[in-house]
Every structure is written in structure tokens, then in C-alpha cells.
Design a protein around this ligand. Structure first.
Ligand code: FAD
Ligand code: PYC
Length: 416
């Protein structure tokens, strides 16, 4: 890896970075690949990385219509936890959390992983019962969830308002100490660089416009930069999955919604952990820059635009101010939205399809970031071997006809 002196950094800064070595190549698409991944978000790049590293598939490409990390990967609030209810979910999210723990070292990239703890609040007796049950279910699966009473919540997060008379009284919370946050663009760039070194072509500004199928078998794709032959197409296109699946006549029980987040002006360290509340549809953590990073549940309407309505975030902000009265004095700095694809059981789809050679990884709703390494790892295995992967198998699309749903609306924690 190149090193730069202080003077050369200054020179580059004033001359437009023309002498810097790019962290990955900008290749033109080849006429043919052994596999093509649609979508250069965290999941797509992780899939490419594990395909190359663990399955020796190096003649592959990631095709991204914009720039890598420009979708939900670059728009999400990076909360990571594995405290899901069902065994199948615990397995995949905990697999991911274990991979996160060593990912910075593995990629030789500082992903700013911070295990500062994630609290999920209970505001009434019903919620407390459900969260306590999830705590026990997590512990049976070896996941480090604990139950805190209101006083312990306040000790763990001093600015929180736990007064009994408040509109959203805090009765207690689950705490996963290994949960936390990391840095989204670092993860994207780390995976991209590591995949590129192994020969993966990362092709940006290239939109997939069609998928070619002959006699039920994938033969290639059409893109805004020409046609590519390939026997395997793996779609990891978050909010646009229905559009991609429609190209080969696969129908999915997926709806796309806007999901919004925003940050305050930067302030001194204030919130030492991540706080989430299902009931108020809001959550908060503090970035290393000092900004309070906050978000809402999905906007209720379907949309492919990366923006939502003011009413959704106004509602969440009002609730957050009840929980943290001092927030009322902060100014908002910026706000944005992404498009998330949601499934009826609030769990993802990782699956082969009726079209041989066409695979889908989607439907992570509001909560796929935390799964990125585990999802990429399991999906790469499925794509490479064309056989069910043990961790991914419960998330096959067949569950919507068999009825074996993986119901996670409670653990999803951010309403969708
Ligand atoms: P993306 O990064 O969206 O990647 C998909 C890519 O596909 C995009 O770059 C897109 O441009 C590309 N694409 C689409 N169509 C085409 C095409 N035709 N041709 C080529 N490329 C195409 N999850 C958590 O776990 N924790 C959180 O704190 C959290 N916070 C969130 C906050 C917000 C505001 C949002 C929007 C999401 C949040 N999520 C969170 C959810 C998480 O971001 C997503 O589930 C996850 O990033 C999806 O992964 P991905 O790599 O598939 O998505
Ligand atoms: O799934 O933990 C989550 C989450 C936090 C913010 C958005 N999604």
C-alpha cells in the first residue's frame, strides 16, 4: 500500500489528488464473467469478497448503477446487534456479529467498530414482557442480551428521562453489550479494496437493464454499458429488488419504502451507547464527530425515491425529545432517506429461484446493515455451490408458500 508524506498530502490536496493510487480499479466490463453481482452496497461487495476469497471465484464482477455505497450502505445509521427472537435469525445475525468483530483486521481497514452497547427500551408492561422473553431466547442461543430495570438504564445512559410521569415512561430495556456501531463507508471501501485485489471487477455507473434467460437458465445481462455473458446472476439490490426480479418474471412479497435518518449539530460526548425504542419509532447514537445520529421507522407509503415526508421524522423527533429533553436545544444539521425493501415477516430473502443461475439476497427492511458480513458469507456459499447454505436456508423464498415464516417484527425494532 502506498504511503504519503505530509508534503505530498498537501500537494495532492491543492492539485486535485491526481497522483494518488486509487484503492480499487475502474475497469470496463468484460464480455463474460463466471458470475455477476447486481448492486455495489455492503451486501453485494461482501458477497464478491467471500466468493473470491473462499470459493476461488475471481472472474466475477459487481455491477453498480451509481457509485459503491451510494445506496442504503451509505445512508444507514450502522446499528449492529444480533438480539433477534427466532433461532434462524439469531444464527445469521450472530454469525455476522462474530465476523464484524474481526473484520477490520481481516480487511486491514479501520471500520471504526465500536461495541458500545445497544439498548432496546420498554415503555409499558406488554413491551417489557416481550423484551424479557426475547432476552431469554437470546441467551438460549448464546447471545449476550441482559435485562436492565429503569434505574440500570439510567446508569448506562445518564441523559435519558426515566421519570414515571413522562409520555413514554421507561420500564426497562434489553442491553446487548457487544452491539454497537461502525463506519459504513469504511466497510464498503474495505470490502471493495480487498475484492479488487483478488481480481473482482467493480464496475460503477453501470445499470443492469435486463437479464437474459434461455430455456429457464440465465445466460447473461444487459447493462447501460453493453451486454455481459454469465451463467450466474446474484441480485443484492436492496430497494430495487422487485424491479430486478421482474426482469426474469420472479414475483416476490416485497414492498419498497423510504426510511429516513438525520443528524444534529456536533456536540461533546453525550450518549454513550445506542438507544432504540420500538414504541416511539426512533433511535439515537452519537457519531465520533459528535453529531447525534437519529432515525425513524419507515414512511408508510411505497416509493422508489430516496426521500420521505416531514411528518414521519417530526413524530420521531417529538418522541426523542420526551426521552432526552436536552435534545430540544439542538439544531438539526442534515436529513436524508434510503429505500428499504420489506418482507411480510420482517426477515430477509436469501434464495435460489425458479430461474437456474438467478439468486436473490433482499428484503432486509430497516435492518440489513448489521447482517452485511454474515449475509455476504452465506450468500456467496449459496451462489458458488448452488446448494442450500445452512444459515441461509430458512430464508428461502419458499417459506412464503410453506408458511414457515421467520416472524421478526418485534426484534426488527425499527418499524417496518
Ligand atoms: P444498498 O447499499 O442499497 O445496495 C444496493 C445497490 O444496488 C445500490 O447501491 C443500488 O444503486 C444498486 N442497484 C439497484 N438497482 C440496480 C441496477 N438495476 N443495476 C445496478 N445496480 C443497482 N440496518 C441496520 O442493520 N442498522 C441500521 O442502523 C440501519 N439504519 C438504516 C437507516 C436508514 C436511513 C436506511 C435507509 C437503512 C438502514 N438500515 C440499517 C438498513 C440497511 O441499510 C440495509 O438493509 C442494507 O444496507 C441493505 O444492503 P444492500 O447492500 O443490499 O443495500
Ligand atoms: O435494525 O437495529 C436496526 C436498525 C437501527 C436503525 C435502523 N435499523
Amino acid at each position: 500500500m502506498p504511503t504519503y508524506s505530509f508534503l505530498s498530502l498537501l500537494r495532492e490536496g491543492f492539485t486535485g489528488h491526481k497522483g494518488w493510487t486509487p484503492a480499487w480499479r475502474f475497469p470496463d466490463p468484460k464480455p463474460a464473467y463466471d458470475a455477476v453481482i447486481i448492486g455495489g452496497g455492503g451486501h453485494g461487495l461482501a458477497t464478491a469478497y467471500y466468493l473470491a476469497k473462499l470459493h476461488g471465484m475471481r472472474n466475477i464482477a459487481v455491477i453498480e448503477k451509481g457509485w459503491i455505497g451510494g445506496g442504503n450502505a451509505g445512508r444507514n445509521t450502522t446499528i449492529i446487534r444480533s438480539n433477534y427472537l427466532e433461532d434462524a435469525s439469531a444464527a445469521i445475525y450472530e454469525h455476522a456479529l462474530k465476523l464484524w468483530e474481526g473484520l477490520g483486521r481481516e480487511l486491514n481497514y479501520n471500520i471504526m467498530m465500536s461495541h458500545r452497547g445497544v439498548m432496546n427500551l420498554a415503555h409499558d408492561e406488554g413491551e417489557a414482557r416481550v423484551l424479557k422473553r426475547r432476552t431469554e431466547a437470546n441467551r438460549l442461543n448464546g447471545i449476550d442480551t441482559e435485562w436492565l430495570d429503569a434505574k440500570q438504564v439510567k446508569e448506562f445512559c445518564p441523559p435519558i428521562n426515566i421519570s414515571a410521569g413522562s409520555r413514554f415512561p421507561v420500564l426497562g430495556a434489553t442491553l446487548q453489550r457487544r452491539g454497537g456501531v461502525n463506519r459504513h463507508d469504511a466497510v464498503v471501501w474495505g470490502y471493495a479494496r480487498a475484492a479488487d485485489v483478488m481480481g473482482v471487477d467493480i464496475i460503477q455507473n453501470c445499470e443492469v437493464t435486463g437479464i437474459k434467460v434461455e430455456a429457464g437458465v440465465v445466460t447473461g445481462i444487459s447493462t447501460s454499458r453493453g451486454d455481459i455473458r454469465t451463467p450466474k446472476v446474484a441480485s443484492v439490490a436492496a430497494g430495487h429488488t422487485s424491479i430486478i426480479a421482474n426482469m426474469v418474471g420472479v414475483r416476490l412479497p416485497i414492498q419498497s419504502h423510504p426510511l429516513q435518518a438525520w443528524v444534529s449539530e456536533p456536540v461533546k460526548p453525550l450518549i454513550p451507547c445506542v438507544v432504540m425504542s420500538n414504541a416511539v419509532h426512533a433511535y439515537v447514537s452519537q457519531s465520533d464527530k459528535g453529531e447525534l445520529v437519529m432515525g425513524a421507522g419507515i414512511d408508510p407509503h411505497n416509493s422508489y425515491t430516496q426521500r420521505g415526508g416531514l411528518d414521519t421524522i417530526e413524530h420521531s423527533l417529538a418522541a426523542l425529545i420526551e426521552l432526552f429533553p436536552m435534545f430540544s436545544r439542538l439544531r438539526l444539521l442534515r436529513q436524508w432517506g434510503g429505500i428499504v425493501d420489506t418482507c411480510p415477516d420482517a426477515s430477509p430473502i436469501i434464495t435460489k429461484t425458479k430461474v437456474k443461475g438467478f439468486y436473490i439476497n433482499a428484503g432486509w427492511g430497516t435492518g440489513g446493515w448489521k447482517a452485511t458480513p454474515g449475509s455476504g458469507h452465506a450468500f456467496a456459499d449459496l451462489v458458488a455451490r448452488d446448494e442450500p447454505n445452512a444459515i441461509a436456508a430458512p430464508f428461502s423464498v419458499e417459506r412464503f408458500s410453506s408458511g414457515a415464516l421467520v416472524a421478526e417484527h418485534g426484534a426488527a425494532a425499527v418499524a417496518h
